[in-house]
Ligand binder design. Structure first.
Ligand SMILES: C[S@@+](CC[C@H](N)C(=O)[O-])C[C@H]1O[C@@H](n2cnc3c(N)ncnc32)[C@H](O)[C@@H]1O
Length: 281
């Protein structure tokens, strides 16, 4: 009610300037007539910061990095769930891990490129655990999963590896919940098992920046984030991803995303469970 009463108006010019800021800072393209998205997501922050007008906010974030991060946190959509869409994790077990096991490499590196609050990266870690239990010694001894996101707050949450009952209910089977989590006594907080958590490191990374410091990956998950970007940026990001995949490396995209129309660096592979992309040699 309070936020409804204090909801701010955004003028056409303020909307244009804010859209320009958001696209430059994060790649996120807001369509026409998405004023409500800005006002609803930023109203509370503007109250807390004592900022009245959007013009003032857009001006302030050019010099105030902490405020800029808060605005980006508020404007990103962090929707995620455990084992989202299921098929990518089935394909890891059925198709990708057996191929990696056969290569007898000493290291396996996986990147969750828009990891939000960590469910995707940790689902990969649980999948690895399940695979290793059924085929001991088959995967490389050094395994690292890197989770990255532009939003400081989701990266901080992901690092904790703790979730409330509501997030736990999204995609996690009772068996996995029992096997991989422990409830804090008397609290609505579920802690992920340490060995599953320790395989993953999280860091802030804007997909518009350089990936050079990340190293090379066998598998990249870049799911449900390209949808927010322009065609030019999708192309640029897919090319950069190709640059940090090892030869024959695999890319998983979200259900409504594809490399078609952007780059020919990947071969689309259709398997019974779903689709994935392999770097062309
Ligand atoms: C909808 S979530 C997807 C999470 C997960 N990959 C999944 O499929 O469940 C999109 C994530 O992309 C992040 N994101 C948006 N723009 C980004 C950028 N330029 N660089 C890195 N991450 C970005 C958001 O902060 C958000 O956490």
């Amino acid at each position: 009610m309070g936020s409804f009463l204090t909801a701010r108006q955004i003028s056409a010019n303020e909307y244009k300037d804010f859209r320009t800021f958001l696209e430059k800072a994060s790649g996120i393209v807001l369509g026409e007539n998405k004023q409500y998205l800005i006002t609803s997501r930023l109203n509370r922050l503007m109250d807390a910061e004592g900022v009245d007008r959007f013009a003032t906010l857009t001006q302030k974030i050019t010099t105030n990095k902490a405020l800029r991060d808060k605005v980006l946190d508020a404007m990103t959509t962090n929707e995620t769930s455990w084992f989202r869409d299921r098929y990518p994790f089935e394909m890891l077990k059925k198709d990708v891990f057996p191929e990696i096991a056969a290569q007898r490499a000493s290291q396996l590196k996986i990147w969750s490129a828009a990891s939000s609050t960590g469910q995707e990266a940790y689902s990969i870690s649980m999948t690895i655990q399940e695979y290793m239990m059924s085929r001991p010694g088959s995967l490389p001894s050094r395994i690292e999963i890197v989770g990255t996101d532009i939003s400081t707050s989701v990266v901080a949450d992901a690092r904790k590896g703790c979730y409330d009952g509501l997030s736990m209910a999204r995609g996690l089977s009772p068996e996995r919940k029992k096997q991989f989590f422990k409830q804090r006594p008397g609290e609505d907080v579920w802690e992920l098992r340490e060995d599953i958590r320790k395989r993953v490191v999280f860091r802030e990374l804007n997909l518009m920046s350089s990936y050079a410091l990340l190293g090379k990956f066998d598998i990249i998950f870049c799911r449900n984030v390209l949808i927010y970007f322009s065609s030019a940026l999708k192309r640029e990001i897919l090319e950069k991803i190709a640059g940090v995949l090892k030869p024959n490396g695999y890319l998983f995209l979200g259900g409504s995303e594809s490399t078609a129309n952007y780059t020919d660096r990947f071969e689309m592979i259709k398997l019974p469970a779903g689709m994935l992309y392999k770097l062309r040699s």
